[in-house]
Ligand binder design. Sequence first.
Ligand code: 2BA
Length: 149
Amino acid sequence: MSATQDKQLADIKLSEVLIPAEKVAHVQLNNPLEHALLVLMKSGYTAVPVLDSAYKFAGIIGKTAILNEVLGIESFEMDRLSEIRVMDAMASDVPTLTRENNLLDGLNASIDHPFVCLVDADGYFDGILTRRAILKQMKKDIYMNVYKK
Ligand code: 2BA
Protein backbone atom coordinates (compact mmCIF):
# COMPACT_ATOMS: atom_id res chain seq x y z
CA MET A 1 0.00 0.00 0.00
CA SER A 2 1.46 3.35 -1.00
CA ALA A 3 2.07 6.26 1.35
CA THR A 4 -0.37 8.35 -0.67
CA GLN A 5 -3.17 5.85 -0.09
CA ASP A 6 -2.56 6.05 3.64
CA LYS A 7 -3.22 9.76 3.77
CA GLN A 8 -6.62 11.28 4.37
CA LEU A 9 -7.75 13.67 1.65
CA ALA A 10 -7.25 16.61 4.01
CA ASP A 11 -3.62 15.60 4.50
CA ILE A 12 -2.80 15.73 0.80
CA LYS A 13 -1.35 19.08 -0.23
CA LEU A 14 -2.18 20.43 -3.66
CA SER A 15 1.56 20.55 -4.37
CA GLU A 16 1.32 16.74 -4.71
CA VAL A 17 -1.39 16.75 -7.37
CA LEU A 18 -1.10 20.01 -9.34
CA ILE A 19 -0.26 20.22 -13.03
CA PRO A 20 2.80 22.52 -12.98
CA ALA A 21 2.68 25.87 -14.78
CA GLU A 22 5.10 24.80 -17.54
CA LYS A 23 2.69 22.03 -18.61
CA VAL A 24 -0.41 24.24 -18.69
CA ALA A 25 -1.61 25.86 -21.93
CA HIS A 26 -2.29 29.56 -21.30
CA VAL A 27 -2.84 32.89 -23.04
CA GLN A 28 -1.93 36.45 -22.09
CA LEU A 29 -4.07 39.47 -21.30
CA ASN A 30 -3.08 41.38 -24.44
CA ASN A 31 -3.53 38.52 -26.89
CA PRO A 32 -6.33 38.96 -29.44
CA LEU A 33 -9.25 36.54 -29.11
CA GLU A 34 -8.14 35.00 -32.39
CA HIS A 35 -4.95 33.75 -30.72
CA ALA A 36 -6.86 32.48 -27.67
CA LEU A 37 -9.29 30.55 -29.86
CA LEU A 38 -6.38 28.98 -31.74
CA VAL A 39 -4.76 27.87 -28.47
CA LEU A 40 -8.07 26.41 -27.27
CA MET A 41 -8.76 24.60 -30.55
CA LYS A 42 -5.24 23.21 -30.88
CA SER A 43 -4.98 22.10 -27.25
CA GLY A 44 -8.53 20.72 -27.20
CA TYR A 45 -9.32 22.39 -23.87
CA THR A 46 -12.59 24.20 -23.17
CA ALA A 47 -10.88 26.93 -21.15
CA VAL A 48 -7.34 27.92 -20.12
CA PRO A 49 -5.74 30.37 -17.66
CA VAL A 50 -4.93 33.98 -18.60
CA LEU A 51 -1.64 35.45 -17.36
CA ASP A 52 -0.19 38.96 -17.46
CA SER A 53 3.17 39.74 -19.01
CA ALA A 54 4.92 38.94 -15.69
CA TYR A 55 3.20 35.53 -15.51
CA LYS A 56 0.85 36.58 -12.74
CA PHE A 57 -2.58 34.98 -12.82
CA ALA A 58 -5.30 37.22 -14.26
CA GLY A 59 -8.33 35.04 -15.10
CA ILE A 60 -9.74 32.32 -17.33
CA ILE A 61 -10.87 32.38 -20.96
CA GLY A 62 -13.02 29.76 -22.64
CA LYS A 63 -14.53 29.01 -26.02
CA THR A 64 -18.05 30.04 -25.00
CA ALA A 65 -16.93 33.47 -23.77
CA ILE A 66 -15.02 34.05 -27.01
CA LEU A 67 -17.92 33.05 -29.24
CA ASN A 68 -20.30 35.20 -27.19
CA GLU A 69 -18.07 38.23 -27.86
CA VAL A 70 -18.38 37.83 -31.63
CA LEU A 71 -22.00 36.68 -31.72
CA GLY A 72 -24.01 39.10 -33.86
CA ILE A 73 -27.77 39.19 -34.31
CA GLU A 74 -27.87 36.51 -37.00
CA SER A 75 -24.27 35.37 -37.47
CA PHE A 76 -20.84 35.25 -35.91
CA GLU A 77 -18.73 38.31 -36.78
CA MET A 78 -15.42 36.46 -36.95
CA ASP A 79 -13.48 39.54 -38.12
CA ARG A 80 -13.86 40.86 -34.59
CA LEU A 81 -11.69 38.07 -33.20
CA SER A 82 -8.58 40.04 -34.13
CA GLU A 83 -9.93 43.30 -32.67
CA ILE A 84 -10.98 42.17 -29.18
CA ARG A 85 -8.37 41.32 -26.57
CA VAL A 86 -8.47 38.49 -24.06
CA MET A 87 -8.69 40.93 -21.14
CA ASP A 88 -12.05 42.16 -22.45
CA ALA A 89 -13.65 38.71 -22.61
CA MET A 90 -12.07 36.70 -19.78
CA ALA A 91 -13.59 35.82 -16.41
CA SER A 92 -11.53 37.35 -13.61
CA ASP A 93 -13.86 36.58 -10.71
CA VAL A 94 -12.68 33.00 -10.23
CA PRO A 95 -11.34 31.26 -7.13
CA THR A 96 -7.64 30.51 -6.72
CA LEU A 97 -5.77 28.26 -4.32
CA THR A 98 -2.16 27.83 -3.29
CA ARG A 99 -0.04 24.69 -3.22
CA GLU A 100 -0.37 24.77 0.58
CA ASN A 101 -4.12 24.18 0.39
CA ASN A 102 -5.26 20.58 0.76
CA LEU A 103 -7.30 18.30 -1.46
CA LEU A 104 -10.54 19.03 0.41
CA ASP A 105 -10.11 22.75 -0.34
CA GLY A 106 -9.58 21.73 -3.94
CA LEU A 107 -12.65 19.51 -3.93
CA ASN A 108 -14.82 22.37 -2.66
CA ALA A 109 -13.51 24.77 -5.29
CA SER A 110 -13.89 22.18 -8.04
CA ILE A 111 -17.61 21.68 -7.50
CA ASP A 112 -18.30 24.75 -9.63
CA HIS A 113 -15.11 24.83 -11.71
CA PRO A 114 -13.56 22.13 -13.95
CA PHE A 115 -10.12 23.38 -12.92
CA VAL A 116 -8.78 25.78 -10.30
CA CYS A 117 -5.67 27.90 -10.75
CA LEU A 118 -2.94 27.87 -8.13
CA VAL A 119 -0.97 31.03 -7.36
CA ASP A 120 1.93 31.79 -5.04
CA ALA A 121 1.96 34.48 -2.33
CA ASP A 122 2.79 37.17 -4.91
CA GLY A 123 0.08 36.13 -7.36
CA TYR A 124 2.41 34.34 -9.78
CA PHE A 125 0.78 31.45 -11.62
CA ASP A 126 1.84 28.13 -10.13
CA GLY A 127 -0.25 25.54 -12.01
CA ILE A 128 -3.75 24.08 -12.02
CA LEU A 129 -5.75 21.56 -10.05
CA THR A 130 -8.09 19.57 -12.33
CA ARG A 131 -11.18 17.57 -11.46
CA ARG A 132 -9.38 14.57 -12.96
CA ALA A 133 -6.56 14.84 -10.40
CA ILE A 134 -9.07 15.10 -7.55
CA LEU A 135 -11.11 12.14 -8.79
CA LYS A 136 -7.97 10.02 -9.13
CA GLN A 137 -7.00 10.73 -5.51
CA MET A 138 -10.53 10.11 -4.26
CA LYS A 139 -10.67 6.81 -6.13
CA LYS A 140 -7.46 5.72 -4.37
CA ASP A 141 -8.93 6.77 -1.03
CA ILE A 142 -12.23 4.92 -1.61
CA TYR A 143 -10.49 1.76 -2.80
CA MET A 144 -8.25 1.82 0.24
CA ASN A 145 -11.21 2.14 2.63
CA VAL A 146 -13.03 -0.75 0.94
CA TYR A 147 -9.85 -2.83 1.06
CA LYS A 148 -9.36 -2.08 4.78
CA LYS A 149 -12.87 -3.35 5.74
P1 2BA B 1 -11.95 20.47 -20.55
O1 2BA B 1 -11.07 20.99 -21.64
O2 2BA B 1 -13.43 20.71 -20.73
O3 2BA B 1 -11.69 18.92 -20.41
C1 2BA B 1 -12.60 18.09 -19.70
C2 2BA B 1 -11.94 16.78 -19.46
O4 2BA B 1 -11.68 16.13 -20.71
C3 2BA B 1 -10.57 16.90 -18.80
O5 2BA B 1 -10.78 16.95 -17.41
C4 2BA B 1 -9.87 15.62 -19.24
O6 2BA B 1 -10.33 14.53 -18.47
C5 2BA B 1 -10.40 15.47 -20.66
N1 2BA B 1 -9.48 16.17 -21.60
C6 2BA B 1 -9.76 17.28 -22.28
N2 2BA B 1 -8.72 17.62 -23.08
C7 2BA B 1 -7.75 16.69 -22.91
C8 2BA B 1 -6.42 16.49 -23.44
N3 2BA B 1 -5.88 17.34 -24.38
N4 2BA B 1 -5.71 15.43 -23.01
C9 2BA B 1 -6.25 14.59 -22.09
N5 2BA B 1 -7.51 14.73 -21.54
C10 2BA B 1 -8.24 15.76 -21.95
P2 2BA B 1 -9.63 17.50 -16.43
O7 2BA B 1 -8.35 16.81 -16.71
O8 2BA B 1 -10.19 17.40 -15.06
O9 2BA B 1 -9.45 19.04 -16.82
C11 2BA B 1 -10.39 20.02 -16.43
C12 2BA B 1 -10.18 21.29 -17.20
O10 2BA B 1 -8.88 21.80 -16.90
C13 2BA B 1 -10.19 21.10 -18.71
O11 2BA B 1 -11.55 21.11 -19.14
C14 2BA B 1 -9.36 22.29 -19.17
O12 2BA B 1 -10.17 23.47 -19.24
C15 2BA B 1 -8.35 22.48 -18.03
N6 2BA B 1 -7.04 21.86 -18.30
C16 2BA B 1 -6.67 20.59 -18.00
N7 2BA B 1 -5.36 20.36 -18.33
C17 2BA B 1 -4.90 21.51 -18.86
C18 2BA B 1 -3.62 21.93 -19.41
N8 2BA B 1 -2.53 21.11 -19.46
N9 2BA B 1 -3.52 23.20 -19.89
C19 2BA B 1 -4.58 24.06 -19.83
N10 2BA B 1 -5.80 23.73 -19.31
C20 2BA B 1 -5.97 22.48 -18.84
